[in-house]
Design a protein around this ligand. Structure first.
Ligand SMILES: Nc1ncnc2c1ncn2[C@@H]1O[C@H](COP(=O)(O)OP(=O)(O)OP(=O)(O)O)[C@@H](O)[C@H]1O
Ligand SMILES: [Mg+2]
Length: 300
């Protein structure tokens, strides 16, 4: 009798455990939720993260804006650096780019104090240093500068104590500007679009990060790979993500960003998704990424 009771209890136990098991998320690992972060008692010094992929249109700028706004909503002080002459980050945050001090002036030294170039945005706690097409001349103008790879690092040193995180939105290239971003950073976040050629070029990017680590910035590390524009309805998206997880394992963020037209809509409105459509799953996805970054220690 006793044995039987124990057996059935055991079975119940198994059943219980089974109902407790969470389903797997899109990355093939059990879905986890990340706790709402505790407020910070003080601010700074910032951890600096470069959002980098030499492939165009993978979600670097969208991620910088959206996760920057989500981190600011969690009480973090965030500075976003527009490091692309296209100025998409500045436009997406609705700040002025012409006839205002910008990142190019700071790199060239025509403005010495970065505070002069910092603009606040409609999201409290999220500031930005803008860029415009002038920045496209930077690579040519900086080529003969002393320590030309370290210029951005020296600019950011002057403001890093006032922020918890600095996000650098890189242009789609591995040229001198991107090397400056990597030299200034503690971590790299690589957005990868869930499509067939996603992994092409990532090896070269990782090689570049390794070279910067060897020669210029021993402290740099890969914070993680973020799968973007994921469409769970297509086998293709699922296969690409599977391949990305096979290749990079734990480095792939558990948070995956789905494909939705809300992002281009938010860009037109020059507002982060978290305020443009706060209830949309895409806004929640970037809030989750913010919580994941905090829980991984990539952001305070
Ligand atoms: N998850 C998403 N779903 C649908 N569209 C998206 C998503 N993320 C970004 N987009 C759109 O895709 C386009 C490219 O995104 P974004 O500008 O963020 O990429 P990027 O990597 O910064 O591009 P570039 O290399 O040109 O700087 C934009 O029009 C953006 O609105
Ligand atoms: Mg961009």
């Amino acid at each position: 009798m006793t044995v039987q009771r124990n057996k059935s209890a055991e079975l119940e136990g198994i059943e219980l455990r089974q109902t407790e098991t969470r389903p797997n998320g899109p990355t093939g690992r059990p879905l986890r939720s990340f706790d709402e972060p505790a407020p910070l008692k003080g601010h700074g010094p910032a951890r600096i993260i470069a959002l980098c992929n030499q492939k165009g249109g993978v979600g670097k700028t969208t991620t910088t804006i959206s996760v920057g706004a989500a981190l600011a909503d969690y009480g973090r002080r965030v500075l976003a650096i527009d490091f692309d002459p296209q100025g998409a980050l500045s436009a997406g945050l609705g700040v002025q780019t012409h006839d205002v001090p910008n990142i190019y002036d700071l790199l060239l030294g025509s403005i010495k104090d970065p505070h002069e170039a910092i603009q606040s945005t409609s999201t409290p706690g999220l500031d930005v240093i803008p860029a415009n097409i002038d920045l496209s001349a930077a690579e040519v103008h900086l080529v003969n500068e002393v320590a030309r790879e370290q210029i951005l690092a020296s600019v950011l040193r002057k403001v890093k104590d006032e922020y918890d995180v600095i996000l650098i939105d890189c242009q789609p290239s591995l040229g001198l500007l991107t090397v400056n971003a990597l030299t200034a950073s503690h971590g790299v976040l690589i957005p990868l679009e869930c499509e067939f050629f996603a992994l092409r070029g990532v090896a070269l990017l990782i090689e570049t990060i390794e070279k910067v680590k060897d020669r210029l910035n021993p402290a740099i590390g890969l914070d993680g790979i973020l799968a973007t524009m994921y469409d769970s309805r297509t086998l293709h998206s699922r296969e690409v993500l599977e391949r990305v997880v096979e290749t990079f394992g734990e480095k792939v963020f558990e948070t995956v960003i789905g494909r939705t037209v809300k992002f281009p809509d938010a860009s037109v409105a020059a507002a982060p998704i978290t305020s443009f459509a706060p209830e949309h799953p895409a806004a929640e996805a970037y809030r989750q990424l913010a919580r994941e970054l905090i829980s991984r220690g990539a952001v305070a």
